[in-house]
Design a protein around this ligand. Sequence first.
Ligand code: ADP
Ligand code: MG
Length: 339
Amino acid sequence: MGKIRLLDYQTTNKIAAGEVITNPASVIKELLENSIDAKSNRIIIEIKKGGKEKILIKDNGVGISADDVLLAFKRHATSKIHSIEDLEYATTLGFRGEALASIASISKIDIKTREKNAKSGIHVKIHGGKVILHEEIGCTKGTSLTVEDIFYNTPARYKYLKKDSIESGYISSIVEKIALSHPEISFRFINEGRQVFHTPGNNDLYSCIYCLYGKKFADDLIEIQYENHPLKIFGYIGKPQLCRSNKKYQIFFVNHRYVKNRILSQALQEAYKGLIMIHKYPVCILNIQVPSSMLDVNVHPAKTEILFRHESLIYLLIKEAIREILKEKKLIPEVNLNS
Ligand code: ADP
Ligand code: MG
């Protein structure tokens, strides 16, 4: 008899979950992206024990219809794209249809959701991928999703989670970035019942930065607005004195998505050449808009890594944009003007 067999659906889901869901912060990132894609303008995030015991995300977005709610937890089920061609133009943060299925397979989920015009809402509980409750309820418009006991059925994965304070730190960092990428949405972050921050949601990036990082940080920022086809840049860069000994405050968004990209960080560093000491790193919170045809975001399931097509053009334009504003603000000394 042959030895090869097809794995069952539950097992393949748990394996797939390993790619996107690595810790509570990655669960929160996926859930927040869903809330943003659902056009919410108010989102509450609550965690307990570094997100290991409980995560709650409550939004006031479009909600999920009664017909769709179970389907949403199936792998490769998405309302955001229909075919591979749509990927090229995907403007939503999600599109793989994997997050809810993955999260549901390794935790205990409780979801209450209602579409705006629906008579009633739906309440579903899924434990380790199995639906254990499915009922109609009265609830407010939007979606409220609780994730409890992450990795309770995959002890080998649970073992790799860090202590609560470290996991909370990861969560805080990702929630901050998502809040900065959407200043038009009000984010309230609560850890162990205590409010950590509450962004105003008034569509003003500066007040969002102020709210997260404080007055002293915000005072040392310079606004940047730059347009040079095909690139548009909007955001803030730090005065040289705001530079840090790590890259924690080098925050880049490309088409509203928080990204990590070597080219962007190198362009920033190069623009400050001669202005800051060795082993110091400039600070920035920059939104970069490029035509989606110049990007490939589908490099990794978590989607924070991106590849630019025409990398060197992007590098040059970003460097030039930053140099230009530093010169304008007379932060680049005269002698360096032609360097
Ligand atoms: P993806 O975001 O890649 O489509 P997910 O597994 O994250 O995949 O979500 C599956 C589907 O569930 C989404 O396409 C969307 O239709 C629906 N959905 C998930 N979260 C929400 C939410 N907070 N509000 C409204 N719809 C949601
Ligand atoms: Mg999603």
